[in-house]
Ligand binder design. Sequence first.
Ligand code: SAH
Ligand code: SF4
Ligand code: F3S
Length: 440
Amino acid sequence: MTNKSFFIKSYGCQMNEYDSEKITSLLLKDGYSNSDDINKADLIVFNTCNIREKAAQKVYSDIGRVTKKNNNKTIALVGCVAQAENDEIFKKNKDVDIVLGPQSYHLLPKMIDAHNEYQKKQINTDFIINEKFDFIHEEKSPKGVSSYITIQEGCDKFCAFCVVPFTRGPEYSRSVINIVEETKSLIDRGTREIILLGQNVNAYSYSDEENMTYSISKLIDEISKLDNVKRIRYTTSHPNNMDQELMRLHGSNEKLMPFLHLPVQSGSDEILKNMNRKYSIDEYKKIIDGLKTYCPNIEISSDFIIGFPGETKKDFQETLALIDYVQFKQSYSFIYSERPGTKAANLEDNTLLEEKKERLEILQQKLQKIQLEFNTSFCNTNLTNVLIENQSQSNPEYYFGRSTFLQPVYVKAKNLTVGDIVPIGIETCNHKSLYGTIAH
Ligand code: SAH
Ligand code: SF4
Ligand code: F3S
């Protein structure tokens, strides 16, 4: 036990946020207190992301900033940069004390003790598959209305641009019992919407002791049996794991939201081939069409990579054409970032950065226009089902909620109950959010 305090900073994806919550609870259990001031904490945990160069570099400038003020802290660099850069990290920054990969974060308390006792740097980047989930213990603290739960981790797909198979390791799925238990604990503590997480969440596959195999569809059905689960989402899906059963479920399971994040990355078959995505644009469109026959009001969001090596103006035009076809309602788009150790790092890349920036700007303008048109279509209508997530601290007459399509909805109202699903009359909007009052 200790009277020390810690501060944790998360970079990257939702899974890192989820991991940071688990690391927080492990440290609290070990007697640490949670500090909200990075400069006062005794221990700082940087939970890092390696997906693009910028994300990976940011942690080093952040470490520099805190150690410049006070060099007497324990610094733990955990997560995907830890896995990818390994003991190189100690050479890059001498202030780092502990390096720990994302599959072994449950070892952090022990490593801190070892570091304190022997005053020696500690490192663990083993892939100890699934073990960390045995260390997630029963928690009592209140939870938000919408909570993540990791059901699948890792990736076997090796897209040419991506570090995830190297940082998170091979694909594996958590047990159904384990997931249902954690879901029950979340709803007991206030959660009403469950977001199932995985690097390839729809590749989920788990066989129990009786040799019953659970796909993500079966798992969703299982979770939706719990009364207080009002909404279910899952992310991130891979097009090649989008089977008919799951597509059909969007039309038959009322708790499963009509919104799907299905990253396409590019609208060009040639680029998709070079990315090693293993689907064509025709196949992607068939999935979208299929989803719409089962669930006509479903909306789609995506990730795009702009300026992958060899992307021509024509390839880029094809991406724009796909956006016209699918009408993505939300998207993340970034310029391609070369990552050490990936296949694409060896490809010739002749497109100037300026040209890539222009393409990104065109793409983002187009996506934003679609988003604004979509949001505008709700003005002067009633949205029947907005899940209220919280009440504004500074102005209690305002509440924040989300539509079934994940649109942020700001509501001016008195006495709403957080966690309820309510009808909202939408009055105004911008491309990001909707604004309204209770519908009567
Ligand atoms: N498993 C998911 C994506 C996980 S990574 C899928 O297959 O779609 C999250 C996003 O980061 C990717 O969708 C991709 O758009 C982006 N990304 C990954 N590597 C990148 C790179 N080297 N440069 C730019 N963007 C990248
Ligand atoms: Fe990365 Fe591709 Fe795996 Fe997604 S499917 S995590 S983009 S390698
Ligand atoms: Fe980043 Fe690792 Fe997530 S590289 S995007 S934190 S899986």
